[in-house]
Design a protein. Structure first.
Length: 368
């Protein structure tokens, strides 16, 4: 089944490519997100594209990452993907107008020159899944290469990195992978690159001097999950050195309650939902806290063996008490976590020439 998925991946991407030209003149919406995956449209920038990550929520310690919504929809088909519950137009779009995107980035940087920004292109899709067809990521890497106080984050489940390997990126791009156990990749992350292909691609970009981001998110419970994550972490550090790891995030499966029905309809063979989940104040359902803590503590212990500590680790969409239980500390505010990112990056990667971070400023502007 998994092998079939990966073979289908190449075929479906070819189909997407064939439709690129005719799609560029499309003006009608594609209501079904899966139909939209087959139609790639290079579009002009319309409206504001630079924003704060939509997951930011007052009761969590959020990392305050900024997002450049330069892609929408994705050729991959993960069971848990929130796009199936979010997109009103499924057309896969990639903004071709890099100058207009960068004008927004420049304006943001100039408005807060004291601040270190992380800007990701993964809010509504995968940063690199279509790169061999669009070349968008390479253009953005070039555009960020000479900027100060900012890094671009490209986050992917693909291995489509060839266009990045010869760019003079100036160290200003972090190429990140969303990582999961081999079992979850094969059974729930349909059409994505296999774990081995992701790790080979990671080694290539690390060898090309890029910083690497690691996202163990969403962690998903399954039989033998401990063995799966142990194998993942062991293989991972055979491909990348901690010296090149910019940050590591951890999170667990979560989604809006109404998405459950869509997942059951879209992925009837999935066993991912056969476990107790509870709704939180943010109207998302998650595993019960004791299970989340067990999974996080287990993964943290694996990462510590390889030298990853809480100075580069953060949780996505978790409360203070989870931080305290797992890491033994918690930032006091969203502003402080943003500051910790700047401080860690400035100290570990002096070539980025990040302005000396001041905690008071990050706290004062944590809403922006
Ligand atoms: S890679 Fe991300 S955007 Fe693409 S289908 Fe999977 S979860 Fe959705």
């Amino acid at each position: 089944m998994a092998m079939l998925d990966h073979q289908q991946s190449a075929q479906s991407q070819k189909k997407t490519l064939l439709k690129t030209e005719q799609a560029s003149s499309l003006s009608v919406k594609i209501p079904n997100y899966r139909d939209g995956k087959k139609v790639l449209s290079m579009v002009s920038k319309k409206g504001q594209k630079l924003d704060t990550c939509a997951s930011k929520y007052k009761d969590y310690i959020c990392c305050n990452v900024k997002v450049l919504k330069s892609v929408s929809n994705c050729p991959f088909d993960c069971t848990y993907c929130f796009l199936q519950n979010y997109l009103t137009d499924g057309t896969t779009t990639v903004v071709k107008d890099i100058e207009a995107l960068m004008a927004e980035v420049h304006a943001k940087l100039e408005s807060q020159p004291w601040r270190f920004f992380r800007i990701g292109t993964w809010e509504l899709g995968d940063s690199l899944a279509l790169e061999s067809k669009t070349g968008q990521a390479a253009e953005l890497v070039n555009s960020f290469s000479s900027l100060r106080n900012v890094v671009l984050e490209l986050k992917t489940k693909s291995d489509d990195v060839e266009s990045l390997l010869t760019i003079d990126h100036g160290g200003k791009t972090v190429v990140s992978w969303s990582l999961n156990t081999d079992f979850i990749i094969r059974t729930e992350e349909h059409k994505t690159a296999s774990l081995d292909r992701r790790l080979s691609a990671m080694k290539k970009v690390a060898d090309a001097g890029y910083l690497i981001g690691l996202h163990f998110d969403p962690m998903i419970w399954h039989d033998d999950w401990k063995a799966g994550y142990e194998d993942l972490v062991t293989k991972l550090f055979q491909h990348v050195s901690i010296d090149q790891v910019a940050w590591v995030s951890i999170g667990s499966l979560r989604f809006n309650p109404e998405q459950k029905r869509k997942m059951e309809n879209n992925f009837p063979g999935s066993s991912m939902l056969n476990i107790e989940m509870v709704a939180g104040d943010d109207n998302k359902v998650r595993y019960i806290k004791p299970l989340r803590l067990e999974m996080y503590q287990f993964l943290y212990s694996l990462l510590q063996v390889h030298g990853i500590d809480e100075t580069v680790l953060y949780f996505c969409m978790e409360r203070w008490d989870v931080w305290e239980t797992v890491f033994g500390y918690s930032p006091s505010s969203i502003g402080e976590l943003d500051f910790i990112f700047a401080q860690s990056m400035a100290k570990r990667f002096p070539h980025l020439q990040i302005s000396v971070p001041k905690l008071a400023m990050y706290e004062l502007f944590q809403e922006s």
